[in-house]
Design a protein around this ligand. Structure first.
Ligand code: FAD
Length: 545
C-alpha cells in the first residue's frame, strides 16, 4: 500500500482499498473508457471526504497532483465516474435520508442514496422527484446532481438543476461550504470571507460582472442541457447569487457534494396515457409542438422509432405481442398526462386525440394501470437494443444524447438516419421527443481497428450535425471525457474561456476529476478506450433505456 493510502487509512473512518480486484472493478463505468484508480475510499461521513480533499490539496501544494474523483453507482456514460487517483465512493455509507419536511416537501439526503429508493419513499408521502433518469433503480442522487440528469418527465418538469435548493460541498482544499440563493447582503458577507470560499465568491462574482454578454451566450436554445457549466443562473438581475446551479452538472470537477436538499412535487399516479403511431416525421414534430403549447402540457412525450420496433420484432417478438402489431409506423409517441385535476386531465387528453386525428395518427388511450404498463413496455423495448450483441459488436454510448431545438426535430432524426446509412450501420432511435433529446447507439466492436476509426468519424459528424442544428451535444448525460473535446466547438472560444476560468477558480491545482469537461482533446481520450464494452455494473438490474 502506498504512503498516500496509508495516510488516508490512518485519518479517515471509512475503508481505504488498494487491492487489485477493487481497483479493477472501479476501472470502468458505463462509458467506453477505462481508467484504473490508485486508491478507493468509502467515506463514512463528510469529514472523511473533507480530510481526503485536504490531503490531496496539501500534496498538490508541494507539486504532487493526485486526482480525486467522486463516484456514485458508476452508470455514467461519458466516462466522468472514472479517475486514475483517489476514487471517493459514496453509496457504501453516505446513503441516508437526513430530513423530510412534510409541509414543504423538501428532502435532504446524502449523495450516495439510491435514486429509486428515495423515489419510493417520497411516493409513500405522495411526492416525487420529477427529473428521474431511466437508470434510477441503479444510480444515485449524487450522480444525478453532478450530471444534471433528466428523464421522461423533463418535458414538463425540467431537469435536476431546477430541483436542487441547497448543497453542502467539499471544495478542492477540503473546506466545506453550503450553497443556496443569497441576497445581496448575504453575498457581501461571503465576499468578505478570508477563506477559499470567499475567494471563490469574489473571483466568480467579478468574472460574471466583467463578462455579462458572454455569460448570456452560454445559454443554448434547447429545453435541457448537461454540457458546460451553467453560469447564467448564478447571478440574477436582482443581485442574488447562488453557486448551486453551477455545481449541478459540474460532474465532480468543481467540488464533492456531501449533502443535497431537493424540492419535490405532488405525485399523482392517476394518469392518462396515449400511445400514438405516426408515419410522417414532420407531422410528428407538429404534434409535439402543439402538445407542448397546450395550457396543461403532457408530463411525458416519449418516443421509439419504427426501426427499433422492427428490431424488437425480430429479436424479442414476445415483448410486443398483443400490444402492437407490424407493420410499424415511423414513430410511436407515448404521451402521458398527470394533472391533479381529473377534469383537466381528461380535457387535455381529448384535445390530444384531436391533434392526433388531424395528423392522421392512430392511437390507443388508457387510464387503467395494467394497460398503461403494457403500453409503456413498448417504449421500454429500447432496453432490448442495449442488451443486444452481435459477435463482438455492441451498442456503444458515444453519440447517445444529442438535443436540438424542437423545431429542428425532423432534421435531427433524418440527419441521424443519413449518418447511419452512410456508415452502413443499423439504426434505432428512442428518447425524449418532448425535448427533442434523442438516444441512439451504433453497433460497433471496440476491439476492431476499423470500428474504432468509424466510431471517431461518427463522433465528429454527429456532433457537427447537432451543433449545426443549434443543439447541445448532451441533454442529460454530461460532457465527461467523451464530449469534453467538443465543448469549445459547441460554445465558442469566449464562453469556453469562461468555463476554463471557472474551473481554475474552484480547482487551481487540477485535482478535481481532471480529464473531465475542461482541457480535453480527442488524443487524450483515445488511449482510454476499452477493448471491449460491457455494462457489468448494471448486471444486478434490468438494463432500462
Ligand atoms: C442504461 C442507462 C440509462 C440511463 N438513462 C439515463 C436517463 O434517462 N437520464 C439521465 O440523465 N441519465 C441516464 N443515464 C446516465 C446515468 O445513469 C445518470 O447520469 C445517473 O444520474 C448517474 O448516477 P450514478 O450514481 O451512476 O453516478 P456516477 O456514474 O457514479 O457519476 C456520475 C458523475 O457524478 C459525479 N458524482 C457522483 N457523486 C458525486 C458527488 N457526491 N459529488 C460530486 N460529484 C459526484 C461523478 O464524479 C461523475 O462525474 C443512463 C445510464 C445508463 C447506463
Amino acid at each position: 500500500m502506498s504512503k498516500v493510502a496509508h495516510y488516508l487509512q490512518e485519518h479517515v473512518v471509512g475503508e481505504v482499498m488498494t487491492g487489485a480486484d477493487a481497483r479493477r472493478y472501479f476501472a470502468t463505468d458505463a462509458s467506453i473508457f477505462t481508467l484504473t484508480p490508485a486508491i478507493i475510499v468509502y467515506p463514512r461521513s463528510e469529514n472523511d471526504v473533507r480530510k481526503t480533499a485536504r490531503f490531496t490539496w496539501q500534496l498538490a501544494e508541494r507539486g504532487r497532483v493526485i486526482a480525486i474523483t467522486a463516484r456514485g453507482s458508476g452508470t455514467d456514460q461519458s466516462g466522468a465516474a472514472l479517475g486514475g487517483g483517489i476514487l471517493v465512493v459514496f453509496p457504501a455509507h453516505m446513503h441516508r435520508i437526513l430530513e423530510f419536511d412534510g409541509k414543504s416537501g423538501d428532502v435532504t439526503v446524502e449523495p450516495g442514496i439510491n435514486y429509486g429508493k428515495l423515489q419510493q419513499t417520497l411516493n409513500t408521502h405522495s411526492r416525487f422527484l420529477p427529473p428521474y433518469p431511466a437508470s434510477l433503480e441503479y444510480s444515485t442522487i449524487g450522480g444525478a446532481v453532478a450530471n444534471n440528469a433528466g428523464g421522461e418527465r423533463s418535458t414538463k418538469y425540467g431537469s435536476t438543476r431546477e430541483y436542487v435548493k441547497r448543497l453542502r460541498v467539499v471544495l478542492a482544499n477540503g473546506e466545506v461550504i453550503e450553497t443556496s440563493r443569497l441576497n445581496r447582503r448575504e453575498l457581501n458577507k461571503k465576499l468578505g470571507l478570508n477563506s477559499m470560499e470567499g475567494e471563490v465568491y469574489r473571483q466568480l462574482d467579478a468574472l460574471i460582472d466583467e463578462n455579462h454578454d458572454i455569460v448570456q451566450q452560454s445559454v443554448l436554445p434547447v429545453t435541457k442541457n448537461a454540457a458546460g457549466y451553467a453560469l447564467a443562473d448564478v447571478k440574477r438581475k436582482d443581485g442574488s447569487f447562488d453557486l448551486t446551479p453551477l455545481l449541478v452538472g459540474s460532474q465532480g470537477t468543481l467540488g464533492l457534494v456531501t449533502e443535497v436538499t431537493l424540492e419535490t412535487v405532488t405525485h399523482n399516479p392517476v394518469t392518462t396515457l396515449i400511445a400514438a403511431f405516426i408515419d410522417d416525421i414532420k407531422s410528428a414534430q407538429a404534434v409535439i409542438t402543439e402538445l407542448k403549447a397546450l395550457p396543461h402540457p403532457p408530463a411525458a412525450i416519449e418516443m421509439v422509432d419504427g426501426h427499433l420496433l422492427d428490431f424488437v420484432q425480430v429479436h424479442n417478438p414476445t415483448l410486443l405481442k398483443g400490444i402492437i402489431e407490424p407493420p410499424f409506423q415511423k414513430l410511436a409517441l407515448f404521451i402521458e398526462f398527470d394533472n391533479a385535476n381529473d377534469r383537466v386531465q381528461k380535457r387535455m387528453a381529448k384535445r390530444t386525440l384531436k391533434v392526433l386525428e388531424h395528423a392522421n395518427a392512430t392511437y390507443k388511450i388508457e387510464s387503467d394501470t395494467d394497460q398503461k404498463e403494457q403500453l409503456w413496455k413498448v417504449r421500454e423495448a429500447a432496453a432490448a437494443i442495449l442488451a443486444h450483441q452481435e459477435s463482438g459488436a455492441k451498442p456503444l454510448p458515444i453519440i447517445e444524447d444529442g438535443v436540438v431545438p424542437l423545431e429542428r426535430f425532423e432534421e435531427f432524426l433524418e440527419g441521424v438516419y443519413s449518418l447511419f446509412n452512410l456508415y452502413h450501420l443499423p439504426v434505432s432511435v428512442w428518447g425524449h421527443a418532448g425535448n427533442a433529446n434523442l438516444h441512439v447507439q451504433p453497433l460497433l466492436d471496440l476491439g476492431q481497428v476499423g470500428d474504432r476509426q468509424k466510431m471517431f468519424k461518427l463522433l465528429e459528424e454527429y456532433y457537427a450535425l447537432v451543433m449545426r442544428l443549434g443543439g447541445s451535444t448532451t441533454g442529460e448525460h454530461g460532457d465527461g471525457r467523451l464530449r469534453a473535446p467538443f465543448l469549445e466547438q459547441l460554445y465558442g472560444p469566449e464562453v469556453y474561456s469562461l468555463f476554463k476560468q471557472v474551473k481554475q477558480i474552484f480547482d487551481p491545482y487540477g485535482t478535481l476529476n481532471p480529464g473531465v469537461k475542461i482541457g480535453v482533446t480527442l488524443d487524450d481520450i483515445k488511449p482510454l478506450m476499452r477493448q471491449e464494452y460491457n455494462l457489468a455494473h448494471l448486471y444486478d438490474h434490468m438494463p432500462h433505456n
